[in-house]
Design a binder for this molecule. Structure first.
Ligand code: H2U
Ligand code: ZN
Length: 354
């Protein structure tokens, strides 16, 4: 390496361990100096009307399969017309040990965050975001009575393959513990068995002492770039004051603080590249259904945010090459990402004077 400004303590390539998944990530800080001549995505113009007569999610409109949305006023939940999981499942039997299948039944819903076609979460007020938090919690409670894993998520932005700009999320509930939550379940239980404490509560306490990766701190909630983050501006959002296994367990004050912390975080995200910041986010909590009765003490509720953008509204990070073949890798360090997000204002760029 011919770079003379290299600080070996800060810039040397190294690997970091993700205790929630057991995965490693290669961190190569010196590579942030590399020039970019690759693909630029086009910036989607952000001037939507408050109501779009052709939108499948706007109040009063017809959906793709002919159902009509009610004239809803805050949030609205409906069964996904193209559900990935159905209530009945039969697995194909190949008769071969190497061609294995398993049944997978469940149900899928869509959650509209607001009747307004032009608003995303960071542009909604805290009360309206609190109602979204309540809907998330209600969905987990209701669907969790029947299904083992209820995945609440939001896939935001065209760059993430999101089909509709109207602010919405989804819920997929199924009768099995999917791959990633199963790993988190196992690792949190292992940690609890060996330490007698919650992995994520220990982790967030450590991070709050250090401070360098914290982006937003509320009364109950912390948003931080995890030490082991793989996406450039990845975020972990979790309650730091007490053990809380699932969204429905949140007290009213914890729900409004979540709404406020979310709003502050998402405004920073939008301000980073002055664009409606794309990401996939989702909630992880203790499993439900017939797994509900298992000890929940190892589990701490949290949300992951995985945004694809790297250096501008149009330059995306690709998980390719070494990352597809060997292990995730990042150039920008989690500490640098947290610094950049912390330096931004908490007034949305669309509302800033000038
Ligand atoms: P995404 O843009 O994140 O894919 O979310 C849109 C979801 O809404 C998608 O899962 C559903 C799609 O199946 N949908 C309906 O259920 N009804 C419609 O009329 C349009 C889209
Ligand atoms: Zn709409």
């Amino acid at each position: 390496m011919s770079d003379t400004n290299l600080d070996p303590a800060e810039d040397a390539p190294h690997r970091r361990f993700n205790p929630l998944t057991g995965d490693w990530v290669l961190v190569s800080p010196h590579r942030t100096r590399r020039p970019w001549q690759g693909k630029q995505e086009t910036k989607t113009p952000d001037n939507r009307p408050a109501f779009d007569p052709k939108c499948f999610l706007c109040p009063g409109n017809l959906r793709a399969e002919g159902e009509r949305n009610p004239a809803y006023h805050d949030t609205f939940v409906f069964p996904n017309d193209f559900a990935a999981l159905l209530p009945e499942s039969i697995a194909p039997d190949s008769g071969s040990e190497l061609l294995r299948a398993a049944p997978a039944s469940g149900e899928c819903r869509v959650i509209c965050f607001s009747p307004r076609h032009d608003l995303t979460l960071p542009e909604m007020d805290t009360d309206a975001i609190t109602r979204v938090v309540d809907v998330w919690a209600d969905q987990i409670r209701e669907l969790g009575a029947k299904w083992r894993w209820v995945q609440v998520f939001e896939n935001k932005g065209e760059i993430m393959g999101c089909s509709n700009p109207h602010g919405h999320g989804q819920v997929w509930a199924g009768d099995y513990l999917p791959t990633l939550p199963a790993r988190e379940d196992e690792r949190q239980r292992d940690y609890f068995a060996s330490h007698g404490a919650s992995l994520l509560l220990d982790y967030v306490a450590d991070e709050r002492r250090r401070g360098e990766r914290i982006v937003v701190e509320g009364e109950h909630w912390t948003a931080l770039v995890p030490y082991w983050a793989t996406w450039p501006f990845e975020m972990l959002l979790l309650p730091h004051r007490r053990a809380i296994p699932r969204l429905p367990d949140l007290a009213p004050s914890e729900r409004s603080d979540l709404a406020q912390t979310l709003r502050r975080l998402l405004i920073r995200y939008d301000n980073l590249f002055e664009t409606s910041f794309p990401y996939s986010m989702g909630w992880h909590g203790a499993p439900t259904g017939d797994l509900q009765e298992k000890d929940t003490a190892p589990w701490q509720l949290h949300a992951h945010f995985y945004p694809p953008l790297l250096r501008s509204a149009t330059v995306k990070k690709f998980m390719v090459g070494y990352e597809m073949m060997a292990e995730a890798q990042r150039d920008l360090t989690p500490e640098q990402a947290a610094d950049r997000l912390r330096a931004l204002p908490e007034t949305h760029y669309k509302e800033q004077a000038g």
